[in-house]
Design a protein around this ligand. Structure first.
Ligand SMILES: Cc1ncc(COP(=O)(O)O)c(C=O)c1O
Length: 406
């Protein structure tokens, strides 16, 4: 059985109101049981293969590598997973666990909507009732994902409190769970929150890193660095997991540098702008002011603007195992265009941050040395943002035509 961590150095823990201790204790017990049960692990594997489309490919980006003239660039195409991003690995793992425990109902929070879509899809597949809490501001901004969640039969519940965004959706989901945990599982979407969530989400996402390790060995790659974008941190910690205990390769996390380094212009928590704190049930690095109020953040990618980061990543940053770097909105867009033109793949805006950081790092190495970028998601979901940024006039003309008779 795997040893389960509730603290990572000074970070992590379970700072919750008394009413949530029971549900978290119960979840912890079932999680430990399940991870020691070969039949549960086999069920996850089968589900991953048949429904998610695992393993996802590891692509040699040959033209991109030649253009940069440094390392051989490889891209883990996690965006080819069903529903378009890595989020489904965790949604599937937790939903299968909930089913095993006998829960009939799933609740989740979502910001950009990717986690909500993955959760709703898995619940449709497994016959579980699903409610997704989503800030009413986010509902307005992310209509295509709301449409998909509803198609999958989920109820998208608008949250009107606070700033009406992700952190308010988390609060509302916790409130629901406190009174319904008997029949309900709260399916958190990133490697954060009170324990056991950070450990559990990492385990369900570690399939990404395990596949990379196997593919790298099979091709005898000399991997010098691995790069992932970091919102809450689930794709990064899953991608890095098999390599955490060793000194190599370099592990690099790309945070949202947004449009500048002033307050509210970015979501960089690990490059000197965040500080330790306890928010939403766990201790980590957060962006908050001297009165303890969470700061506004900005990123072109809706999935990278959370003001906190998973506690294990905060710890690994503190001890220097993971390097963090900032990527600005315009750099992410350039990387997105570059990989589309050179390789015919469209990165999600979040993943394009990893793409941009990867391109910078590639030039520090030589051909024959490899770097691996995690494309955590594909960019179809971002068309309303990218088309506006790249082809504004044509896109607006199209939208005008589409809505003319509506
Ligand atoms: C494609 C994609 N990548 C990355 C993220 C960031 O989340 P995390 O840091 O948990 O991987 C998101 C969040 O919505 C996403 O949709």
């Amino acid at each position: 059985m795997k040893i389960y961590n509730d603290y990572f150095g000074q970070f992590g823990g379970r700072y919750v109101a008394e009413i949530l201790r029971g549900p978290l204790d119960e979840l912890e017990k079932h999680y430990i049981d399940a991870m020691g049960d070969e039949s549960f692990l086999a069920e996850i594997k089968q589900f991953g293969k048949e429904y998610i489309g695992r393993p996802t490919p590891l692509l040699y980006a040959e033209k991109a590598s030649k253009e940069i003239g440094g390392a051989d660039i490889y891209i883990k195409l996690e965006g080819l997973a069903n529903t378009g991003a890595h989020k489904i690995n965790n949604a599937a793992g937790q939903a299968l666990l909930a089913k095993r425990i006998g829960k009939k109902r799933i609740i989740a929070e979502t910001g950009a909507g990717q986690h909500g879509v993955a959760t709703a899809a898995v619940c449709a597949r497994l016959g579980l009732k699903c409610r997704v809490y989503m800030g009413s501001e986010d509902i307005k901004r992310q209509r295509p994902n709301v449409f998909l969640m509803e198609m999958f039969g989920a109820e998208v519940f608008p949250v009107e409190s606070g700033s009406k965004t992700l952190k308010d959706a988390v609060n509302e989901a916790l409130r629901d769970w406190a009174s319904t945990s008997e029949e309900t599982h709260y399916l958190i979407g990133s490697a954060l929150g009170p324990s056991p969530y950070p450990d559990m989400v990492r385990e369900f996402q570690s399939v990404i890193g395990k596949e990379v390790l196997a593919a790298g060995r099979e091709r005898a790659l000399d991997v010098k660095a691995m790069v992932a974008c970091v919102g809450g941190g689930s794709n990064a910690i899953g991608f890095f997991e098999p390599f955490l205990e060793q000194d190599n390769p370099r592990l690099i996390g790309a945070e949202a540098g947004g449009i500048g380094s002033e307050e509210g212009e970015h979501a960089a928590r690990m490059t000197g702008k965040g500080k330790p704190g306890v928010i939403q049930g766990y201790k980590s690095q957060f962006l908050y002011d001297n009165d303890g109020q969470i700061l506004k953040t900005h990123s072109i990618s809706a999935g990278l603007d959370y003001p906190g980061i998973g506690p294990q990543l905060a710890h690994l940053g503190e001890i220097g195992r993971i390097e963090f770097t900032e990527v600005r909105d315009d750099e992410a867009l350039e990387a997105l265009k570059f990989f589309a033109a050179k390789e015919g793949i469209i990165f999600a805006l979040e993943s394009a941050h990893a793409g941009a950081a990867g391109l910078k790092i590639a030039s520090e190495y030589s051909p024959g040395e490899a770097i691996i970028i995690n494309m955590s998601g594909r960019g179809d979901k971002d068309i309303f943002i990218t088309a506006k940024a790249i082809q504004k006039d044509k896109w607006f003309e199209f939208l005008r035509e589409e809505t003319k008779n509506g």
